[in-house]
Each structure stands twice: as structure tokens, then as C-alpha cells.
Design a protein around this ligand. Structure first.
Ligand code: FAD
Ligand code: NAP
Ligand code: SF4
Length: 714
């Protein structure tokens, strides 16, 4: 434990590993940023890690690098297999060491999760999340793969890394050998638990032999697979013990395979939901254990360490959100941390779309050398109108650069639409962003005028050098007969608590907000963020009782009957985030929300909502037909008819009345542009950002980025 003058004595105490010492207990967990895949982006990767090392992180773990060509995540994805590739890594390791940090390279063999036809696994069983069936590794192939891990580790050492992390969780190759779900081998690499763990143990042993005793080897161990036919707790413990004997320096915990249907890191997962497993495992091994998943603030980390649920904590996304996280904890200024809200929108969703990872609340992440807030030589007097995410990001970034900023907000409080988002059950974390911006406004001396509607006249009278209009959006009111009926309300009225919903509710519009509002309506009016209830809802059990730690989900029934409606005939939730959409869809299903697609809104009256609903016969969506029609004839011939020819066609059209007592409008947004238009009419040049600029496809990611980028240019 470090000295007791700090609020976080456990978190900030050094860890002596015998041959080296970590300066504190914070591990930056592995995250693929996309920069690893391209040699020319290594200078930016180096700047990205250097900023986190400067921020005080104890040990950084890089994104995954494959030990063999077959093990890459997708074609041309990162690997470290030859001496030729070593040099570019030196730039990364030197940059981190110059800041007093330590860095380990993650070795990741994707196994059957490889998104290419060369994929290999323990057995030839296709993963539900890739189209490619893997080839089962032969005995020779297994030996060659283990040697590949050892070679990559040796190259990492040559490149100046302080260690490696061997990725043994999340359903990647090593995990595929460990679980009966994916290992059906009958040789000495499959069958009994001892045979199934042979690959993992041999890999660690061979890597240790290759790198010598004074090099960190972190083994990422899957303690809760969350898939059928995953491992049992006894198997996990036996594995941990053998991995320790084979030479690992520490165990970093992994939770859930990528194909698991239980969320493990999204914002609705309670904080520190899985750390008890670290505490349990710690009792069976003598090497340090790293607790992980949904740890984002120092007091949570301190709590985990002080009660013995781990020797270190791993965080990945929180260090994208705030590279100075550790320094702020050291200054006992946890309330200054820009907290990761676990939205995945700019990090994992980007990674899955092969875009560079960044952060919704910190658009500088991944762009450290490009988006720079340099101090100004001549301060300007700037008016920012609107304290939603766009205005808040712009005002605080301008003030950080040294400008004199006044922020005008018509409402009672800051946050704009984000202040509504944070009232949705499972989105409570969003309040942290509002808290962070409020603190920044105070610290940077931005003059905030709440309850102040800014008009063109009031802005002109302020004699500002620059004017930023961030007046955002308001709910669209669709043209439906009976829209003035007393049962109708906007999502803003409902969620802000200005109006109450009855027992049977129709939600008009099934975009991000319609889905959120449905979650709001299907939860009790005052939900509690309770870990036990969350585990029941998603069927998270104990691997000591059932393989993989799964049990039958038992969600709390919805207090209301909810219909979620859209005009499109496509399935609901298509536009939601890549890594979060499935969670929302599963939650709606669990709560029994009725999904209505292909609806035309006829009228609203005392009987409820009248619709004409068109049901389409299942067929190939036109977009897919267009794609397949461009393929060469021989290829088209071997494709199933269902994806080349069958058109979507109308099956039936019917008139229905939903007998609802409440209609909530979630039919998109309109820009609030009156101020921008008035200023333009009076010849005042203003910068328009966020929803005021364009309402379509607006989200907080775009709003914050636009605000920050504008501020960087002044
Ligand atoms: P706004 O948030 O609309 O802010 C504009 C502000 O300007 C308001 O506070 C308004 O009062 C003020 N204003 C307007 N005119 C004046 C004037 N003349 N004078 C003074 N003040 C004025 N986004 C995501 O990225 N991820 C999510 O998960 C997500 N979930 C959401 C869930 C819900 C339920 C809702 C409602 C929104 C959600 N959003 C989400 C959307 C996100 O909140 C918006 O995209 C974002 O708030 C837009 O930011 P903005 O600053 O452009 O506008
Ligand atoms: P949205 O996603 O564009 O959805 C608007 C919905 O309204 C659509 O379902 C649309 O579907 C319907 N609609 C549009 N015009 C209509 C009309 N005239 N009459 C009836 N229905 C109409 O927008 P949003 O739900 O308002 O969300 C705003 C932004 O917040 C989104 O861009 C989103 O990115 C962000 N957000 C994100 C999340 C997240 O989890 N990432 C969550 C909430 C919000 P039809 O046209 O088919 O009816
Ligand atoms: Fe966290 Fe969202 Fe930023 Fe990702 S994008 S690091 S989840 S706040």
C-alpha cells in the first residue's frame, strides 16, 4: 500500500514483480485502435500510448498482434512475425519509456474468429459471428502455432517491450482449445480438461523459455465464458494454477466470448459487475490477479483492491476517455475525470467497422497529433449559445485554449438532450459527462448564463468577437390526424417527468430514442441499479454450478404494454450501434415489447392509435439483390436462391387499432435554427455546430467532435 495521504492508497501503490516494478496498480487493457494494422500509422500509435504513459498508467497493453498469418483478425490485420516488423515497434516502446511507462504487446491468435478463409481452430466448427469455417489444426500445426507465440514474444522483447500478454479469453484460439464447445478433438489436445488446457499451458511455457525470466508475461484467462459448453470453475482454477507454474507473471481476467449473448461491457452492465471472480481466483494462485470490466472511476478501483478482489485493475476505454485518469487520481481529483460512459460508439463500434478507434467524450483519442488544443496568443471574446454536448465541448475547449467564453442556455441546467438520455434506465453513466463538463466550466472560468434565451439582439449587444450557435434539436411533431389528442406527448415530456404514461403505450418512431423510450417504459418508474437483478435478467450464473456460467434468464416483467412502431418494413433496431444494438433488441424482446413495422399512421383518438400495417413476405431486401446481381454469373449460380432472386413482396395490408392510452412521439428531430437564421439575416457571422447544423444522424459523438474541432481552429 502507498502512503495514507492519498485517497487511493491501494490503487496507487507500486507492485514489485521481482525483476521489475509497476508504478501503480492501473493496467491499460488491450484495445485494437486500428493504427496497429498500418506501418505508416505507428508514429500516431506511439503518440497515443505516450499520452497514456504521461498520464501515469502502470502498465499499458497494446492491441492484439497475431503470431501467425492464419491468426490475424482479418486480411492485413496486425501481426508480429518477422524481424522486419520490429523496428516500427521501437518508436512505440521508446515513446512510452520516455514518459516513464511500461508496455506489453498482446499476442492474439483469433482462431475461428479470424475473418478470412485461412482461419484455424481446435476443431472445424464455424463461429456464429463469422462466415468462415476454420480448419482443425494438425499436431504439426499446433506445434507451429505455439512456436509462433514464442517467436512473437521474442520479437516483442527485441522491440523493447517490457512484456507480452497472451490472449487466452474472449473466445479466441486458446479459449477455443479450452472449452468443450469448440474442442471436439480426440487426440491429446482434446477430450479431458487436462488435454484441453494443454495448448494454453504449452504456449505459456514455451513463451517463458523464449523470453527468459525477467520479462512480464500476462495471461488473459477466461473465468466466465458465458456460452453453452464453456468451462467450469474447477477447470478455470486448474488452468490458472498450471499457467502460473508454466511461468506467467500475472493473470488478467477475461469475461465472456464475443459470441456470448450476455452483455459484458456496455453501459447497462452495472459497474464492476464481474470483479468477484478475480477475488475468487486470487485464493487459488500466488501470482497477481487483474480485475476487469466496467471499472471506470478511482473509488471503484480502490474499493475492489482494498477488499481483495484483485491486485490490479484493468481499464481500456476509461483511458481513451481520459488519458490523465491516473494523474487525476494522484491529485485526489477524481471528480475531474472525463468518465467513460461505456457507450462503445466511437471505440468498439469503430473497430468493428474497421475505422480508427476514438472516444465519444474525448475526440482527441487516437488523434493526439492532429486534434491539438494549443494555447492562444490573443484571447477572443466568444459567445456559445446552447449547453448541449456540442456547446459544452466547444465552450470548454475554447476556454482551455485561453479564450474568454460566455455560454448561454435557455434551460434550467446544462446537458441539452444528453440530460434526457441520462434518465433512461441503463444510461445512468451519461450523467458523468454532464458532471465532467460542469466541472470544466467552473475550473476554466466560463461564464454560464442559465435560463437565458439568447436572441440575435442580445448576442449582438454583447460585442463578441466570435459567435457559436449550438442550439441543438427539438422533437419532430409528425403530421398525424389527432396529434393534439391529450394522450400524445413527446419523448422529452415523458422522460423529463413532465407527463406520465398510462398502462398501454404506443411509441411512434423506432430509432435510437424510440428504443430508449421503450426501455424507459418497460422498467419500473424508479428502477434500482442492482447487480443481482441484472444477473437474473441476463441469466448470468456461476460456472461452479453450470458450464460457462449461464442460467435461464428471468427478467422483471414490464409494468406496461408497449408497442414500438416504425414506417419502414426493415427490422427494428437496424441503425443502432454494432456492438450495442443486439443488447437493446434482446432487452426489448425480454420485456415483451410488440414491434410493429410497415405502419402508416392513420389517426389518434379516444380508441387509441389507428394504423394501416403492411406486412411483407420474407424475401431478399433490394439492397442485397443489387449486390448479388453484380457478382459474376458462375458465382451467382452457386448462391442460394433466397439471396439472389426472391423479391420482398406485400403479403397483407390490414387496418388495426392499438388500444393505447398514451402515444409517445419519437419521430426524429428538427434543427433549432431560429437564432442562426436571425443572425445571418442581420449580417452577423456565426459558427453553427451540432444539431443546429444538421439534425439528421445527429448523435453526441458528432456534436462533441464538431464542437472540439471548431474550438481547435479559433
Ligand atoms: P442539444 O443537446 O439539443 O442541446 C442544445 C441546447 O441549446 C439545449 O440545451 C437548448 O436548451 C439550448 N438552446 C436552444 N436554443 C437556445 C437559445 N436560443 N438560447 C439559449 N439556449 C438555447 N446520443 C448519443 O450519441 N448516444 C446515445 O446513446 C444517445 N442517447 C440518447 C437518448 C435520448 C433519450 C435522447 C433524447 C438523446 C440521445 N442521444 C444520444 C442524442 C444526443 O443527446 C444528441 O445528439 C445531442 O445532445 C445533440 O447535441 P447538441 O448540443 O447539438 O444539441
Ligand atoms: P432516428 O434514429 O433518426 O429515428 C427516428 C425515427 O422516427 C425513425 O424510426 C423513423 O422511422 C421515424 N420517423 C421519422 N420521421 C417520421 C415522421 N414524419 N413520422 C413518423 N415517424 C417518423 O432518430 P432518433 O431516434 O430521434 O435519435 C436521434 C439521434 O440520437 C440518432 O441519430 C441517434 O444516433 C442518437 N441516439 C443514439 C442512441 C444509441 O444508442 N447510440 C440512442 C438514442 C439516440 P420511420 O421513418 O421508418 O418511421
Ligand atoms: Fe467509453 Fe464511449 Fe469513449 Fe468508448 S466511445 S471510450 S465507450 S465513452
Amino acid at each position: 500500500m502507498s502512503d495514507s495521504t492519498t485517497a487511493y492508497p491501494y490503487l496507487l501503490s507500486p507492485l514489485d514483480l521481482g525483476f521489475t516494478t509497476l508504478r501503480n496498480r492501473v493496467v491499460m487493457g488491450s484495445m485494437h485502435t486500428g493504427m496497429e494494422d498500418k506501418a505508416e500509422q505507428f508514429p500516431e500509435l506511439a503518440a497515443f500510448y505516450a499520452e497514456r504513459a504521461r498520464g501515469g498508467v502502470g502498465l499499458i497493453i497494446t492491441g492484439g498482434f497475431a503470431p501467425t498469418l492464419e491468426g490475424t483478425l482479418y486480411p492485413r490485420a496486425s501481426k508480429l512475425t518477422s524481424r522486419r516488423e520490429v523496428e516500427r515497434h521501437r518508436e512505440v516502446t521508446d515513446a512510452v519509456h520516455a514518459e516513464g511507462g511500461k508496455i506489453a504487446l498482446q499476442i492474439l491468435h483469433a482462431g475461428r474468429y479470424s475473418y478470412h478463409p485461412l482461419s484455424v481452430s481446435a476443431s472445424a466448427i464455424k463461429a456464429p459471428i463469422t462466415p468462415f469455417r476454420p480448419r482443425a489444426l494438425s499436431e504439426r500445426g499446433i506445434r507451429r502455432t505455439i512456436d509462433g507465440f514464442a517467436k512473437t514474444a521474442r520479437l516483442a522483447r527485441e522491440a523493447g517491450y517490457d512484456g507480452v500478454e497472451i490472449m487466452g479469453s474472449e473466445g479466441y484460439l486458446i479459449n477455443q482449445f479450452l472449452a468443450p464447445r469448440t474442442n471436439k478433438r480426440t487426440d491429446h489436445w482434446g477430450g479431458s480438461p487436462q488435454n484441453r488446457r494443454r495448448f494454453a499451458v504449452e504456449t505459456v511455457r514455451t513463451v517463458r523459455e523464449a523470453v527468459g525470466p525477467d520479462f512480464i508475461i500476462v495471461y488473459r484467462i477466461s473465468v466466465l465464458d458465458l456460452v453453452e459448453d464453456g468451462q467450469t470453475w474447477d477447470e478455470v482454477v486448474d488452468l490458472a494454477r498450471e499457467i502460473e507454474t508454466a511461468g506467467a507473471t500475472m493473470l488478467n481476467l477475461g469475461i465472456g466470448w464475443h459470441e456470448a449473448r450476455v452483455p459484458t461491457i456496455v453501459t447497462s452492465v452495472p459497474r464492476a459487475a464481474f470483479v468477484a471472480f478475480a477475488g475468487r481466483l486470487k485464493k487459488d494462485v500466488s501470482i497477481p490477479v487483474v480485475a476487469t470490466n466496467r471499472i471506470n472511476m478511482p473509488e471503484i478501483a480502490e474499493d475492489i483492491l482494498s477488499r481483495g478482489d484483485g491486485d490490479l485493475v484493468s481499464m481500456a476505454r476509461p483511458l481513451l476517455a481520459d488519458p490523465d485518469w491516473v494523474r487525476k487520481a494522484e491529485r485526489d481529483a477524481g471528480d475531474e475525470i472525463n468518465t467513460c460512459i461505456a457507450c462503445n460508439q466511437a471505440c468498439l463500434d469503430h473497430t468493428f467497422q474497421q475505422q480508427r478507434a476514438s472516444c465519444l467524450v474525448n475526440p482527441r483519442a487516437g488523434y493526439e497529433t492532429r486534434l491539438v488544443l494549443t494555447p492562444v496568443t490573443r484571447a477572443k471574446k466568444v459567445a456559445v449559445v446552447g449547453a448541449g454536448p456540442a456547446g459544452l465541448a466547444c465552450a470548454t475547449a475554447l476556454a482551455e485554449r485561453g479564450h474568454t467564453v460566455e455560454l448561454f442556455e435557455a434551460g434550467e441546467e446544462i446537458g441539452g438532450q444528453f440530460g434526457i438520455a441520462m434518465r433512461i434506465p441503463g444510461k445512468e453513466e451519461f450523467a458523468e459527462t454532464v458532471r465532467y463538463f460542469q466541472g470544466q466550466l467552473d475550473r476554466l472560468g466560463v461564464k454560464v448564463h442559465l435560463r437565458t434565451y439568447a436572441s440575435a439582439e442580445s448576442i449582438r449587444s454583447g460585442a463578441f468577437d466570435e459567435v457559436v450557435v449550438a442550439t441543438g434539436v427539438e422533437p419532430r411533431i409528425p403530421q398525424i390526424e389527432g396529434i393534439d389528442h391529450p394522450s400524445v406527448m413527446t419523448y422529452a415530456e415523458l422522460v423529463r417527468g413532465e407527463r406520465r404514461a398510462g398502462d398501454r403505450v404506443a411509441v411512434v418512431g423506432a430509432g435510437g430514442i424510440g428504443v430508449d423510450v421503450s426501455e424507459f417504459l418497460t422498467h419500473l418508474d424508479s428502477p434500482t441499479l442492482d447487480l443481482d437483478a441484472w444477473q437474473e435478467e441476463w441469466g448470468v450464473g456461476d460456472p461452479a454450478e453450470s458450464r460457462g456460467g449461464l442460467r435461464t434468464p428471468a427478467p422483471e416483467p414490464s409494468p406496461r404494454e408497449v408497442y414500438l412502431i416504425q414506417r419502414k418494413t426493415s427490422s427494428i433496431g437496424r441503425g443502432l450501434g454494432k456492438t450495442t444494438g443486439w443488447v437493446h433488441r434482446a432487452a426489448l424482446k425480454a420485456k415483451g415489447v410488440h414491434l410493429v413495422t410497415g405502419a402508416a399512421y392513420d389517426r389518434i383518438d379516444d380508441d387509441g392509435l389507428h394504423l394501416t400495417v403492411t406486412t411483407m413476405r420474407r424475401g431478399t431486401p433490394r439492397g442485397l439483390q443489387k449486390v448479388t446481381s453484380r457478382l459474376p454469373g458462375p458465382v451467382r449460380q452457386v448462391l442460394p436462391r433466397s439471396i439472389t432472386k426472391v423479391p420482398q413482396e406485400v403479403q397483407k395490408v390490414e387496418q388495426v387499432v392499438l388500444p393505447v392510452d398514451t402515444v409517445v412521439l419519437c419521430a426524429g428531430q428538427e434543427s433549432v435554427r431560429s437564432l442562426a437564421d436571425e443572425l445571418a439575416a442581420q449580417g452577423v457571422r456565426a459558427h453553427v455546430i451540432g444539431g443546429a447544423d444538421v439534425a439528421a444522424e445527429l448523435d453526441a459523438k458528432r456534436a462533441i467532435r464538431q464542437g472540439t474541432e471548431l474550438a481547435a481552429r479559433f
